[in-house]
Write a protein that binds this ligand. Structure first.
Ligand code: SF4
Ligand code: F3S
Length: 109
């Protein structure tokens, strides 16, 4: 199964992950990035790049992370590709340690 972006990315969007993906499969939404499951080759090189550990293998997703499998897949159909790192969101420091941010995610569709 592909890798997926999960909750810690919400409101932070550090984008360190996009530079290393050999398949250019990250897409960008307003306050979250997602991975196109059709492009991901499960190489895992993006995982250690994320400073908030937001990227996991979909097959290892825990119950709270399960909804992100569909969110990543849906986002990949609608959001534009991102391959260059950019500054994180302005409030990233305040949101970095916050759990339960899913309600803030500007969802695709
Ligand atoms: Fe890209 Fe590899 Fe990460 Fe999949 S696991 S998103 S192919 S860097
Ligand atoms: Fe998000 Fe981590 Fe990438 S915060 S943008 S998954 S580096």
């Amino acid at each position: 199964m592909p890798f997926i972006v999960t909750e810690p990315c919400v409101q932070c969007k550090y984008t360190d992950c996009v530079e290393v993906c050999p398949m250019d499969c990250f897409v960008e939404g307003p306050n979250f990035l997602a991975i196109d499951p059709a492009g991901c080759i499960d190489c895992s090189v993006c995982v250690p790049q994320c400073p908030v550990d937001a990227i996991v293998n979909a097959k290892e997703a825990n119950e709270a992370q399960q909804p992100y499998i569909a969110i990543n897949a849906q986002a990949a159909q609608q959001w534009p590709s991102i391959t260059r790192r950019q500054p994180p969101l302005p409030e990233h420091e305040a949101w970095r340690g916050v759990v339960d941010k899913m309600h803030l995610l500007v969802q695709p569709g």
